[in-house]
Design a protein around this ligand. Structure first.
Ligand SMILES: *Cc1c(COP(=O)(O)O)cnc(C)c1O
Length: 425
């Protein structure tokens, strides 16, 4: 069958073993193709009822008693569901705070433990918030450290040789996004972690664009530290509480910079002297946002049910399919691939570059009457990110998005839109 035909996409959907998961998500608009699950995952159908129960029953009826009926250990309960998705033990993960705050806590702890070593290495493709946090730490430690950013030659990825070079002397910490937010370039976690260790550096992975999109095995890679979002491929909801991972043997050696009572040994003794909790709980700070924390539970159940290996298999089939369609339909229209060609170097989104990317995104989101609304996102300077969430995206959606991209450029439909950017792109 012609792989560029609509019938091919329909056939792929018909034989997709994960297709039924689509029905486990709320879809309010029939005419919407949502390709932004890498920025904010869709709402699982089970979540509203569950959140409502937390509000009406646990809060409304149970009131303060609910702290002893599930609230106090909810962060651990969510961690138990997350651990298998990232290849960690249950007592190595905790759900707390935001990704940026967790990065701050763990990077601080690593720099403290590695006192005397003065290098911090990241890369110039990393998410700006991650770089800001590291810059802030340099200042906080009295400008004794230097932050070095490994360079990219193609705007897509960074080579092992370049990392090796940047790690060259005295590096305390290597902090990288496992899957890069713009290009979806994915590092070889095992090799990079090993390289960091060879240089005496600790390895901190940001899994924001990786968790829920690619199988992860922090334990097998001997990773030291990790953090990540739960509102992207994990579908935990806007601003959902983030996670952090600390390898078991490091937990007692590391110290959180925030000595809050939830990270205290016995919070309800109200002792005036801080003694850190044993294990991962020492990285908690204060009372967790229970509503947002609870919303993560039904979402994680779906991923565990589908299985990360199955999801990865579907994701690869879909991203490879998207790239095939790009070559056939879009390359002739001036689009370029902003993601790695090789599937083992790629997460689950695909960036397409075009000089008119911003206005093309606007045209996708605000179509003519009768056309589907397509939501991708735009990342400076010229990336159209198409996030493929294998839990709910279909092949026909990929096909239709590509057809619409071609139509918009062929007919210069983007010229109807202004170049000024909105607050959130
Ligand atoms: C999304 C994302 C974040 C977001 O951090 P928040 O503190 O949740 O706003 C951080 N790092 C990376 C790599 C991300 O992709």
């Amino acid at each position: 069958m012609d792989i560029f035909s609509k019938a091919f996409a329909q056939e792929q959907d018909a034989s997709d073993k994960l297709a039924h998961f689509r029905g486990k998500f709320i879809q309010k608009e029939e005419n919407l193709i949502y390709l932004d699950g890498n920025s904010l995952g869709m709402l699982p159908s089970a979540s509203p009822a569950f959140i409502n129960e937390v509000v009406e029953e646990e809060w409304g009826r149970g009131l303060i008693r609910s702290w002893n009926h599930g609230w106090y250990t909810r962060a651990q309960e969510a961690a138990r569901k997350l651990a298998p998705l990232i290849g960690a033990q249950e007592d190595e993960v905790i759900i707390t705070d935001s990704t940026s705050v967790n990065l701050f806590k763990l990077a601080y702890a690593a720099l403290k433990l590695q006192e005397g070593r003065r290098g911090i290495v990241s890369d110039e493709l990393n998410f700006p918030s991650d770089i800001y946090v590291l810059q802030g730490l340099v200042k906080m430690f009295g400008n004794q450290h230097t932050l070095r950013l490994a360079k990219t030659t193609d705007g897509i990825g960074v080579s092992l040789d370049e990392l090796d070079y940047q790690l060259r002397n005295d590096t305390a910490l290597l902090s990288l996004s496992h899957v890069v937010f713009k290009s979806a370039f994915m590092y070889d976690m095992k090799k990079v972690t090993q390289l960091a260790h060879e240089h005496g550096a600790m390895m901190l992975w940001d899994l924001s664009h990786a968790a829920g999109s690619v199988p992860l095995d922090l334990n097998a890679c001997n990773a030291d530290l990790a953090i990540g979002c739960t509102y992207k491929y994990l579908n935990g909801g806007p601003g959902a509480t983030a996670f952090l991972y600390v390898r078991k043997d490091l937990q007692e050696k590391l110290e959180s910079p925030i000595w809050g009572w939830f990270g205290q040994h016995q919070p309800f003794d109200f002792n005036l002297n801080y003694k850190p909790a044993e294990g991962i709980a020492r990285f908690l700070a204060g009372t967790p946002p229970l509503l947002s924390l609870s919303a993560i539970l039904p979402a994680l159940d779906l991923l565990n049910e589908a299985g990360m290996d199955n999801l990865r298999q579907k994701s690869l089939t879909q991203t490879n399919y998207l790239i095939d369609l790009f070559r056939h339909y879009l390359q002739p229209q001036g689009f370029e691939l902003g993601s790695p060609e090789q599937e083992h170097e790629r997460g689950s989104h695909v960036s397409l570059r075009h000089p008119e990317a911003y206005r093309i995104c606007k045209a996708l989101i605000s179509p003519e009457v009768g056309e589907k609304v397509i939501i991708p996102d735009f990342r400076e300077p010229d990336n159209i990110r198409l996030g493929i969430a294998p839990l709910y995206n279909t092949f026909i959606e990929v096909f239709e998005a590509v057809q619409q991209l071609k139509y918009i450029v062929e007919n210069k439909r983007y010229e109807d839109f202004r170049r000024e950017k909105e607050n959130v792109t």
